[in-house]
Design a protein around this ligand. Structure first.
Ligand code: SAM
Length: 395
């Protein structure tokens, strides 16, 4: 197993080192122009040919910090904290450094060692997008925060974020990421599941716990979710309700053993958006959304392709929660889904929605068309049909 880079001195990482990287020109648009798309978290970024030989500051920084190259760099503080190691006249960066939504985040390259700390993967970004509040949140918890990616991204939209992880190494890296981006409203705690935040409540809890079964994950801490793979996610769901404020919401991204039902803790509304084709062959992958529900607990699930989870913004999750609730208790006024519209082509009528709503444009009958214009006067079975399809939502 390849040894992992030392994190014991990372707390000395230069504060706001992000600003130095940005001033070198290592920006999102520069990356788009100079690195190949796609990043598998296991190796350096693949660079365009021009980026491998140009000698401007941005290209040198790109090669050194993200491309795995050995380049000269003369800032001693980066060697002192362990972000760079010396190699003759040159420096080398042993960490995986990436730019995610304007934050510079270090993590480990995955695969080389069981204790490697995961950076922002595709699922990380899907979960972040779904959890990102429309306005401003109070307290946020990122459970199993790894390099702190989601916590730090959400810190810009919250009073305070807390990241927890069972791995001391992950917490050291997450703290370094807060420091290098100059984020001061984040704190990180080591411990098992919710144990480090006993007695505390949050407006948003996000978690992408490890979800691979042990026989596939081996001893890799970021992957292994227990013998079946879904054990940690199950604990997080069962234990999180007392940690949510009255208006709070937990979003848990995981994969489930084919026999496993998502747990439904007492006094909660739970919505499971799932795809039968997950990262782990033979499992179902899902985004579980859980809210406290004093008088009206329910559980519901429906299939949504995984790649769409990131485009389910919080207002759409609200609509989905209200829709599933209405289908159980069909009371109250309905409205045409936000942002949807009808149009005609020749004799045929159609309904279409905003791109992020997950609803396909659909040919509709005259009766359906009339019901969409006058939802509350439509016959009950038709109302129910249109609510189930997502074209009508409860007010
Ligand atoms: C799949 S990674 C997700 C990392 C990060 N949240 C993200 O989305 O990029 C799972 C993380 O959960 C952590 N973890 C594993 N078991 C845990 C436990 N029992 N309690 C808290 N964290 C745990 C791992 O160390 C790892 O950082």
């Amino acid at each position: 197993m390849t040894p992992l880079p030392d994190v014991s001195r990372l707390h000395r990482i230069p504060e706001r080192f992000a600003a130095t990287l940005a001033s070198c020109g290592l920006t999102t648009s520069f990356l788009h122009a100079n690195a190949e798309p796609g990043d598998d978290l296991r190796g350096p970024l693949r660079l365009t040919r021009a980026a491998t030989y140009r000698d401007d500051a941005a290209s040198i920084a790109l090669r050194l910090f993200m491309g795995g190259f050995h380049e000269p760099w003369h800032d001693q503080s980066l060697y002192d904290c362990g972000l760079l190691t010396a190699d003759g006249q040159n420096a080398h960066c042993p960490f995986h450094l990436r730019l995610v939504d304007h934050l510079y985040l270090i993590s480990d390259y995955l695969g080389a060692h069981d204790d490697a700390v995961m950076g922002a993967g595709e699922t990380t970004e899907l979960l972040y997008q779904a959890a990102k509040p429309e306005g401003f949140a109070g307290a946020v918890l990122d459970l199993g925060c790894g390099a702190g990616t989601i916590a730090l991204l959400l810190a810009r939209r919250a009073d305070h974020v807390t990241g927890t992880d069972i791995s001391h190494r992950a917490i050291a890296i997450a703290e370094a990421n807060a420091r290098l981006n100059g984020i001061t409203n984040a704190s990180f705690l080591t411990g098992d599941c919710l144990e480090p935040v006993q007695g505390r409540q949050f407006d948003i809890i996000v978690s992408q716990p490890p979800y691979y079964p042990a026989d596939r994950a081996g001893q890799q801490v970021f992957l292994s979710g227990g013998p079946r793979g879904d054990e940690i996610a199950r604990r997080v769901i069962l234990d999180c309700p007392p940690h949510l404020t009255e208006e709070g919401r937990a979003l848990i991204l995981s994969s489930w053993h084919p026999d496993a039902a998502v747990p439904h803790p007492p006094n909660t509304r739970v919505l499971e958006l799932y795809t039968p084709v997950g990262d782990v062959p033979g499992t179902r992958q899902s985004l579980v959304i859980l809210e406290p529900a004093a008088g009206d607990p329910w559980f519901d699930r429906f299939e949504v392709p995984g790649e769409c989870w990131g485009s389910i913004r919080p207002h759409r999750i609200d609509e989905l929660m209200r829709t599933r609730q209405w289908l159980r208790h069909p009371h109250g006024h309905l409205q045409f889904t936000t942002g949807a519209s009808t149009f005609t082509e020749g004799q045929q009528r159609f309904v279409q929605a905003r791109a992020e709503s997950l609803l396909p444009t659909r040919a509709i009958s005259e009766e359906e068309w009339f019901a969409l214009q006058n939802p509350n006067t439509a016959p009950d079975p038709l109302k129910r049909h249109l609510v189930a399809l997502g074209w009508l939502i409860p007010k």
